[in-house]
Design a protein around this ligand. Structure first.
Ligand code: ADP
Ligand code: MG
Length: 622
């Protein structure tokens, strides 16, 4: 080499340290790699022990397959892996690691001690390694499995060590990684001990138990199960009921083939499923597992990254959204909801295949198909899907409703019954309902036949939903029309209520409440929404304020959202109120024009559907 030549080959240990930087950025990355190795080794018990947020010690003890003496030594070589043999394997890989880089990286940037033993071996192997160099190797008596500790992370790369965050921050990252792995393997025992204190002790169980242990028991009874299976992909897990939505993005987990991933795109699909059930700026919890043929997933993305590429993203999007929506609908319309979604989802793979004319006709009538054919517009599936009206009231030739006998006797003045022409399948649902046979029960429920059984609508919940959507629309665009009162009413409020009202005045005026300040704590109501009855202004304002205060503890709602919810509650016809047939019909009609007709703004069901099968089961006639 002459003095003018500049290129040098990096010494091995420096090359290793640089390469390690990609895999091990912080203690939590090492935790992830070691936990995944233990899972891959088939362990049923995995203990994680850390000290100083992993900066001085990260230890993982598993009872998995262990390694032979040779493998133990080999495992620290770069690209040493037992998990792929050929490039073909890359497309079928189901284990967590496969590049054989983790242990090599760890050995380059920490002092490592490995003890490992296979069940079939008499003795285990002990290896001590530092700066990628084996310091000591000898037989050792240990239980079956692997016990690996890495000490003083980045001891030899001070620049990296100084980049580590506070112990609190690094520990949070460790808990995050631990949570992700522990969530995806509920049948494995996990524990996490930090500085001698056990933070988690997770007995083997099912996903729900694991979820509650990790994310908090407060989710108990607030979860809906998500489960859909098709030839193309499966999805399972839990989604939080709307009330679990929080102001901050928190407990949201996707796993694809059991690997945690981050995907704003898939998150969007889930958020879409919640649309109108939760305020726009809040985040529901979910823990969802998507399983599909590994060939449909690009594994060539670096394994330490959490992004993922799918062969066909749009199908996953649509499927996920439909599955979550289905689950949410089911919890709110128990006991007998049957959206036929399973059947239509089963059609998924066939969508990719060439269609015969016949097949096309059959499939294109399903809601999910309509979503798919809107190319590049998966986001619009929502609207298509929610036209529940037709699903309930469309009747086919052989399914025409019987005329109930009561009509002849005319005993129920509140009921109006089907005429032949009332059975409509047109898109304009309004026509269909002119002669809706509605009956009020207990001054609270509206009973009416549906195509396959009957519906029981809760009048207050339904009406709240209707008003809620109307006001939400109004908040987006044009204000609600107000009617000027002929005799404006003066109301006097407590100082606290007055302060509150003052704050709400501008918003209230866009919802049709024209209120002016009149003096200290006194207001004049100049107008009310055109579609409310005048005369009760004082009571209306007061109860609206009460309701608003009730919502005030709900940090997740914006001021506007709280006003809308308060007004919807305030204006809705209450349970226990006698309704005329006309009023009931108006509720039924408007409810099914809502984009989310099945639940009230606070998440309770607006109606229950009772299907023939279910009734037959109850009467044991089937
Ligand atoms: P990869 O997991 O990508 O194969 P690693 O560097 O993480 O690469 O591990 C290298 C190899 O060491 C693995 O393929 C596996 O055969 C072996 N190994 C690592 N950790 C364990 C463990 N806890 N139990 C048994 N074998 C292990
Ligand atoms: Mg690995």
């Amino acid at each position: 080499m002459t003095v003018t030549d500049k290129i040098l080959l990096l010494p091995d240990h420096i090359a290793n340290q640089i390469a390690a930087g990609e895999v091990i950025q912080r203690p939590a990355s090492a935790v992830k790699e070691l936990l995944e190795n233990a899972v891959d080794a088939g362990a049923s018990s995995i203990q994680l022990i850390v000290a100083d947020a992993g900066k001085s010690l990260i230890q993982v003890i598993d009872n998995g397959a262990g390694m032979s003496e040779t493998d133990a030594r080999m495992s620290f070589e770069r690209h040493a892996t037992s998990k792929i043999r050929s490039i073909e394997d890359l497309f079928h890989i189901r284990t967590m690691g496969f590049r054989g880089e983790a242990l090599a990286s760890i050995a380059a940037v920490a002092q490592v001690e490995l003890k490992t033993k296979r069940a079939e071996d008499e003795a285990g192997t002990y290896i001590e390694i530092e700066n990628s160099v084996v310091k000591r190797q000898e037989p050792v008596a240990i239980p079956d499995g692997t016990n690996i500790s890495m000490k003083n992370l980045f001891f030899n790369v001070p620049a990296r060590r100084s980049f580590l965050k506070s112990n609190a921050a690094e520990m949070r990252h460790i808990v995050d990684e631990f949570t992700r792995v522990a969530l995806s393997y509920p049948h494995i025992f996990f524990s996490l001990t930090a500085n001698g204190q056990q933070l988690f002790h997770l007995d083997k169980g099912n996903l729900k138990q694991r979820l509650l242990q990790l994310l908090g028991n407060s989710y108990n009874s607030k979860l809906v199960q998500v489960k859909e299976e098709t030839d193309y992909m499966n999805i399972h897990g839990f989604a939080g009921k709307p009330e679990t939505a929080k102001k901050t993005r928190g407990d949201q987990y996707f796993f694809v083939n059991n690997r945690f991933i981050k995907s704003p795109y898939l998150n969007h699909a889930v958020m879409n499923a919640y649309q109108q059930m939760i305020p726009a700026d809040s985040y529901p919890m979910y823990v969802l597992f998507i399983d599909l043929d590994p060939a449909q997933v690009d594994v060539n993305v670096h394994p330490t990254k959490q992004e993922i590429k799918f062969e066909d993203e749009k199908i996953i999007y649509a499927f996920l959204q439909a599955a979550v929506k289905h689950a949410l609908a089911q919890f709110s319309i128990s006991p007998t909801l049957d959206f036929d979604l399973d059947a239509s989802i089963q059609q998924l793979p066939s969508i990719q295949q060439p269609f015969t004319k016949q097949k096309e006709e059959a499939a294109s009538s399903t809601r999910i198909f309509q979503g798919f054919t809107k190319k590049n517009q998966a986001h619009f599936i929502e609207k298509e899907e929610l036209k529940h009206w037709r699903d309930f009231f469309e009747t086919t030739e052989n399914q025409k409703p019987e005329k109930p006998a009561a009509e002849e006797t005319g005993q129920k003045p509140e009921s109006v019954f089907y005429t032949e022409s009332s059975i409509q399948t047109s898109d304009t649902n309004l026509q269909a309902s002119t002669d809706l046979p509605v009956t009020q029960l207990l001054n609270t429920y509206i009973l009416l036949p549906s195509a396959g059984g009957f519906l029981l609508i809760h009048q207050q919940a339904a009406h709240e939903r209707i008003i809620y959507e109307r006001l939400t629309e109004a908040a987006k665009g044009k204000s609600v029309a107000a009617q000027r009162s002929m005799f404006p009413v003066t109301i006097e409020l407590s100082p606290a209520d007055a302060t509150l009202l003052e704050e709400l005045l501008p918003d209230l005026s866009s919802f049709g409440y024209l209120i002016e300040t009149f003096g200290k704590n006194t207001y004049v109501v100049q107008g009310t929404p055109a579609d409310t009855e005048p005369g009760n202004e004082k009571k209306i304002i007061e109860s609206m304020l009460e309701q608003f205060k009730h919502f005030s503890s709900e940090l997740k709602f914006s001021k506007r959202e709280k006003i809308i919810r308060s007004l919807a509650w305030q204006q809705a016809v209450k349970a226990g109120t006698l309704l005329s047939a006309k009023e009931m019909k108006a509720i039924v009609e408007e409810l099914f024009q809502c984009s989310t007709p099945n639940i009230s703004p606070n998440g309770s069901p607006t109606y229950l559907e009772f299907k023939k099968d279910y009734l037959e089961k109850l009467f044991r006639t089937s």
